[in-house]
Write a protein that binds this ligand. Sequence first.
Ligand code: NAD
Length: 319
Amino acid sequence: RALVLATPEQRKDAEAASARLGEMSAGVYAEAVMHVPIETARKAREEAARLGADCYVAVGGGSTVGLGKAIALESGLPILAVPTTYAGSEMTPIYGITEAGVKKTGKDRKVLPKTVIYDVNLTLSLPAKIAGPSGMNAMAHLVEGLYAQDANPIISLLAVEGIRTLAVSLPLVVKEPQNLVARSGALYGAWLGGTVLGAVGMALHHKLCHTLGGSFNLPHAEVHTVILPYATAYNQQAAAQELNRAAEALGAKSAAQGIYDLSVKIGAQVALKDIGMPFDGLDRAAEIATQNPYYNPRPVDYAGVRQLLEDAYYGKRPA
Ligand code: NAD
C-alpha cells in the first residue's frame, strides 16, 4: 500500500491519486516543502509506518519527489513518481536533505524512482511564472550535460534534442498554458533534462546555483534561470564546440544569448537583483563557489566568478 506525497498546495492532486488507488492507498501526506528538511522526512516515515505503507507515490515537482527520495534513502522503500513540473528529479539518483540549515546532496541508486508516470494533464495547472523557470532548470541540466567531464555522445544527443524541444515549447507553454502539444514538449524536454542530469556530472552553473540557493535562500528554478546565460558565456571559449551545438539547437548566434533571449521571451526574471540577491553578498557567493576545486571546462577563479555574478546581478544581455 502506498503513501501518496504532495505539497500542501497539491493536496487535491494527491487525494485524487489516492482515490484512484483505492485499497492500494495507505493515505495522503501533503506536507512536502522546498529543500527537504530532515524533520519533514522523518515525520513522513513515521506516518508511513503508522499507516502500514510499503511504497510511496510522489505527485508534484522537485520538492515532493525530493521528500520521497529522503524517505527512500533510509527506508529503502520504492517510489513511484508522477512529476508535475520540469525539474527532472524523478530521473536522477541525486538527493538533497536539509539538516540544521545546511543542505547536503548525494547520490544513491536507492532513491531513483522505480517507476515514473508522465501525465501531461497534471501539468496544465502549472502557472506560467512557475512553468517558465522550471523549464529553464531543465535547460540548465541539458546545457551543462554537453560539456560534462564525463560527457558521452549518446547523452549529448539527448541534450541537444532537449534544448531544441524546450526552446520551441516553453514560449508556447507560457503563452497558451492549455496547449497540450506545447505542454507535452516541455515535459519531454524535462525528461531529457533529468536523464542527462542523472547520467553525467555538472559544473560551474550548478555549483553557483547551489551556493546561491543554499547560502542566500534564493528560489531554486529562478536562480537557475538567471545564472545560466552567464555561466554559459563564462564557458563559451573553453567549450566552444559543445556550446555551438547548443546555440544551433536554440536557433541563436551564441548559446548564452539564445538562453537569455528565451528567458526574456517566457517573461522570467533575468537579474539576480530582482530575485532577492543582495549586492553585498556577491563577494561571499564568489568565495564560497571557488573554495573547493571541481571540474569546469574553463578553470574557476575568484575574479572570473565574481564578474560573472555581477553581470548576473544586473541581468544585462551577455555579449
Ligand atoms: P517545487 O516542487 O517546489 O514546486 C513549486 C510549486 O509549484 C509548489 O508549490 C508546487 O506544489 C507547485 N506545483 C507543482 N506542480 C504543479 C502543477 N502542475 N500545478 C500547480 N502547482 C504545481 O519546484 P521544483 O522547481 O519542481 O523543484 C525544486 C526542488 O527540486 C529544489 O529543492 C531542487 O533542489 C530539487 N531538484 C532536485 C533534482 C534532483 O535531481 N535531485 C533536480 C532538480 C530539482
